[in-house]
Write a protein that binds this ligand. Structure first.
Ligand code: DGJ
Length: 701
């Protein structure tokens, strides 16, 4: 709800309130929901600014940096007016949240240049999220340059914030990191042209009064700055990275920054719950929104590039017998691609590997009663490809310089409309001719050599993103029933921008259950389990060499959207029977597992999760033990999210018997993980992750 009384504007969600004092352009309050209060005069500090640009005040970093025609950088954005719009405005060319209408528009003007800044706030009451975006309109008579336009500027009271980020690398994504800013400045960012494996744009700032969460609906360079200034304020700037950014804006033109989101909650669990609800309801869209996702088998770790029709059909047959619903053909089916050194861009069939081509193979897979899915990496080009030989100018390269070849590949110049149209055409053809039900869209390197003929260098990174979004928008509009799963060498572009197009995203190329515990746990702070691709893979694991029981691999993969990524023909009869039982269990409980409220459980060494149905009548929990020692001190776990006044019957999957306990006890008592500590279990599983799955059913009152 957005309400205005005089100069006070209140933005209320179900559990939070943001108060803005319009005339002084100040945030007066952001936190727990307030009653019907309007008298905020005594709380005005004169310091918590909505807009900060180089002008009269120069204490903290700026959210807006413009270069005026006179060569100066000064911009004093004074509040001009505000209104409440009935419709949330679209952000031209960029993905954004949807599903709420009412939006507050605030206009600020720099009087000498007549350049205007608009800031938009949309309130998502149901998920306690406020989406914020900014737009510059050049009302002057000359070209101006935008050197920085942050989407969200928020000045918080206090300098004692702990910043929690999700960082890592390829195959080690989104590990939780904590830093006290202690009166200083902290920056989380990406300059790799992608939201990156290194630093995800989801960030939390915490102090004694609660947790603030921030994210950006964008898949390119981003920057989140937290700066304390010594006067009791911490400035938060969330937006596109200003690294090598210089956008020229002609008189009368406008430029919109991507949408940022912010959320306040009393604790991390509540914040994650709100972010999950927001993503499921207001980011993910289309036919697959809130729809149960199929159990898939992907041949990548089962075969890598070494396959033929016979091998693929054998895997599909074994998968079908186990209960799998979707067969995904990964890299290596096109051109002469038998390794990662060639053929990207040549999206034509290799009949030797697919038994006469994609259409034939897809038909045979469908005849088995499976859906068919296909892998593509549309934004890339190999130098050893027909495409490169005929269109070398499609590649992103700086003239006169040797390009950086990551994974032996170059990138397509997606900032160029000709290239975009080409990609739309060829990828649409792959989908049409295979009749694909699912597409895995991969992206295996970051941007370097950013250059395109006729493209102003300071605009390149963002123009690439606009081109990418134009292409995915067009393709997805053409194929509204296809389930698109994003992938970027695993989780390198796992962000809200991509989730607007891809209902699920491959979480990481590291499929080891031990590693996945922290990767999926880190991801879960800002993103729901229905967005996380999670596969059971071979043991020993191909990335780490670790071995883990099939049961553990299944339990961890149930924390996301379950899939299999191994040669299913290699299962022993016992394993095949176990997998069949796993998949049947998953399907029977997938609504709960994919769309229930998921909470993180335990601490390092005993991490797990619990997923609770919306009515709190049922839940499934997984707890793990990552270090097993003889005579180790007993570990315990406290469950979460249950109804404290309900009584539950609790059983351990695969074990006889059950016990009953109240939700109150299950959440406040320390449940002993006794059976993981007996001597025989320890010896049998040495070096592995042990796990247990518990099932909770509410007893009738
Ligand atoms: C990287 C992906 O993350 C993998 O799952 C696989 O699709 C390979 N690329 C194929 O090249």
């Amino acid at each position: 709800m957005i309400k205005k009384k005089g100069q006070v504007i209140r933005l209320d969600t179900a559990n939070t309130t943001l108060v803005i004092k319009a005339d002084t352009s100040e945030y007066v309050y952001y936190g727990k929901k307030l009653g019907n209060v309007w008298d905020f005069e005594a709380y005005v500090t004169g310091a918590r600014k909505i807009v900060s640009a180089p002008g009269k005040s120069a204490y903290l970093d700026y959210g807006v940096v413009l270069e005026n025609a006179d060569g100066g950088f000064a911009a004093d954005f004074e509040y001009s007016k505000s209104r409440i719009l009935a419709e949330k405005p679209e952000i031209a060319g960029l993905p954004s949240s949807y599903g709420e209408g009412k939006t507050l528009e605030m206009k600020f003007v720099d009087a000498p240049t007549k350049v205007a800044l608009y800031v938009y706030y949309t309130v998502f009451e149901d998920s306690d999220v406020i989406a914020v975006s900014s737009k510059i309109v050049n009302g002057s008579k000359k070209e101006i340059h935008i050197h920085r336009l942050m989407s969200l500027q928020l000045d918080l009271l206090g300098e004692d914030y702990k910043i929690v980020t999700f960082e890592g690398a390829w195959a080690r994504e989104r590990r939780r990191m904590e830093r006290e800013i202690g009166g200083g400045i902290f920056v989380n960012d990406s300059k790799r042209g992608m939201s990156s494996h290194t630093r995800n744009p989801f960030v939390m700032a915490e102090n004694g009064s609660g947790v603030y969460g921030f994210n950006l609906v964008y898949s390119g360079n981003h920057k989140e700055t937290f700066e304390a200034d010594g006067s009791g304020i911490t400035r938060v700037l969330i937006g596109m990275n200003d690294f090598m950014f210089d956008w020229r804006l002609q008189p009368g033109e406008e430029f919109s920054a991507p949408e940022a989101v912010m959320c306040y909650a009393p604790d991390e669990d509540a914040l994650s719950g709100r972010m999950h609800a927001f993503v499921c309801e207001h980011i993910v869209r289309g036919k697959w929104k809130k729809r149960e996702r199929p159990v898939l088998v992907n041949n990548w770790e089962g075969t890598y590039f070494d396959f033929n029709e016979e091998k693929l059909l054998a895997i599909a047959k074994a998968a079908k017998e186990a209960g799998v619903e979707l067969f995904v053909l990964d890299d290596g089916w096109f051109g002469k691609r038998n390794s990662d050194t060639c053929s990207l861009g040549d999206w034509f069939d290799n009949p030797e590997k697919t038994g006469g081509g994609l259409a034939n193979l897809a038909e045979k897979i469908r005849a088995m009663g499976l859906m068919f899915g296909i892998w593509v990496e549309p934004e890339m080009i190999s130098e050893d490809s027909e495409l490169y030989r005929t269109h070398p100018n499609f590649a992103m390269k700086v003239p006169g310089r040797e390009p950086e070849r990551m994974r032996h590949q170059l990138m397509l110049n997606m900032a160029d409309e000709k290239v975009q149209n080409y990609v739309v055409r060829v990828i649409s053809d792959v989908i049409s001719r295979s009749g694909a039900d699912y597409v895995k869209w991969d992206f295996n390197r970051s941007l370097t050599d950013c250059y395109g003929k006729g493209i102003y260098p300071g605009e390149y990174f963002h123009r690439y993103m606009l081109g990418y979004y134009r292409v995915v928008t067009k393709i997805m509009k053409k194929f509204p029933f296809v389930l698109f799963e994003g992938c970027a060498g695993g989780g390198g572009r796992f962000d809200l921008g991509n989730l607007c197009y891809f209902p699920q995203y491959w979480t990481s190329d590291d499929t080891d259950a031990r590693e996945r515990i922290s990767i999926q746990r880190g991801t879960s702070y800002g993103y729901p389990q229905s967005a996380m691709g999670a596969h059971v893979s071979a043991s020993p694991n191909h990335q780490t060499g670790n071995s883990n029981p099939l049961e553990t691999r299944f339990h961890i993969a149930c924390g996301g959207v379950l899939g299999y990524e191994l040669d299913m023909t290699k299962f022993t009869p016992q394993e095949a029977a176990q997998v069949k039982e796993h998949i049947a269990f998953y399907k029977a409980n997938r609504k709960l597992l994919q769309y229930g409220d998921q909470y993180r459980l335990g601490e390092e060494g005993t991490e797990g999760y619990i997923t609770v149905s919306k009515d709190k009548n049922s839940a499934i929990a997984v707890v793990t033990l990552t270090q097993i020692h003889p005579s180790a001190p007993l570990k315990t776990v406290r469950f979460k999210g249950l109804n404290p006044s309900a009584v539950y019957e609790v059983s351990q999957r695969g074990k006889e018997g059950a016990f009953t306990a109240s939700g109150e006890l299950l959440m406040n008592g320390d449940f002993p993980l006794r059976d993981m500590f007996d001597f025989e279990t320890v010896v049998k599983n040495s070096g592995c992750v042990l796990s247990r799955m518990y099932i909770f059913k509410k007893l009738k009152a």
